[in-house]
Design a protein around this ligand. Structure first.
Ligand code: CP
Length: 307
């Protein structure tokens, strides 16, 4: 699998096996030590972000430029002819004649698959609605490994809006390869859907549910938090009911294991107090920085294969 993995891009984390993931993580580590300057010289990345982004878009563009390539792109539906009624398929068909690789974020679940079907060049899913965010998962796995010196056999607590978080859906599916013990905490009504849990059951990964962080926090190696995803709520009152469900402070961490590291895909709203940023447990800013190395490794693999 690994040899030809990623040749068509990356739409879902379900497509790739453990070996392919490990190849990307190894290459990401090498790129973090030194990013070779001209690996993607002559290549053009089209970054099409029809939903807002800071980290994903800019880290892809930074990675492409650092590898010697160039970028074109759109930020927001209003900037493109989608606003005139053009279909996503037509847009992608045209853009695939302008670039060697397309990265797309779009609010509709399944949009990245639609883009792949319309494109003549590889497509990377940078988030399709509440469905998946597979490149975030690659950087999350890299960061977990970096912060714990291993990926296998960790106790991982995942907390927040688990229903709407595409980051969580992709991460949970990928973690099945690494023998974790998973714990979930979410507000009522925002529980993780059954689809990602199906992959855990199939791989015989143990998982359980808790009603508060404090109950299970002293046992875990990784606390992965995510925000309540305001943009996915059809009822504003539901967002108002749940938006303050979490507020992690230094006091919440007094019983934490010394190796605990806190990850968050960002942006954070108020689920982690800023005082936690200075604690030895905070690892979400290095996590965001790793996006450049991991996305560089992915793009290099798409064009140059596993090396
Ligand atoms: N983690 C993440 O997807 O961040 P952005 O929305 O800023 O890209």
């Amino acid at each position: 699998m690994a040899k030809n993995a990623f040749r068509q891009g990356l739409i879902s984390i379900k497509e790739i096996d453990k070996e392919a993931i490990e190849c990307i993580l190894t290459k990401s580590g090498k790129f973090k030590e030194r990013l070779p300057g001209a690996l993607l010289k002559g290549k053009i990345l089209a970054s099409l972000f029809f939903e807002s982004s800071t980290r994903t878009r800019l880290s892809f563009e930074s990675a492409m430029k650092r590898l010697g390539g160039e970028c074109i792109g759109l930020a927001g539906k209003e900037e493109s002819s989608l606003s005139k009624g053009e279909s996503l398929s037509d847009t992608i068909r045209v853009v695939s004649g302008y670039a060697d690789l397309i990265v797309i974020r779009h609010p509709m679940e399944g949009s990245a698959k639609t883009a792949e079907q319309a494109s003549r060049v590889p497509v990377i899913n940078a988030g399709d609605g509440a469905n998946e965010h597979p490149t975030q998962t690659l950087l999350d796995l890299f960061t977990i490994q970096e912060s714990q010196n291993r990926l296998e056999g960790l106790n991982i607590l995942i907390a927040g809006d688990l229903k709407h978080s595409r980051t969580i859906h992709s991460l949970v599916i990928a973690l099945r390869h690494f023998n974790p013990c998973l714990f979930f905490v979410s507000p009522k009504g925002l529980e993780i859907p059954d689809a990602p849990l199906h992959y855990l059951r199939e791989a015989k990964v143990p998982f359980s549910f808790y009603s508060s962080l404090e109950e299970i926090l002293p046992q875990v190696d990784i606390l992965y938090m995510t925000r309540i995803q305001k943009e996915r709520f059809s009822q504003p009152s539901e967002y108002e009911r749940t938006k303050n469900a979490f507020h992690l402070t230094n006091a919440s961490l007094v019983q934490a294991k010394s190796n605990l590291r806190i990850l968050h895909p960002l942006p954070r709203i108020n689920e982690i107090a800023s005082e936690v940023d200075e604690s030895p447990y905070a690892y979400y800013f290095p996590q965001a920085e790793n996006g450049v190395f991991v996305r560089a490794a992915l793009m290099d693999t798409i064009f140059n294969g596993i090396t």
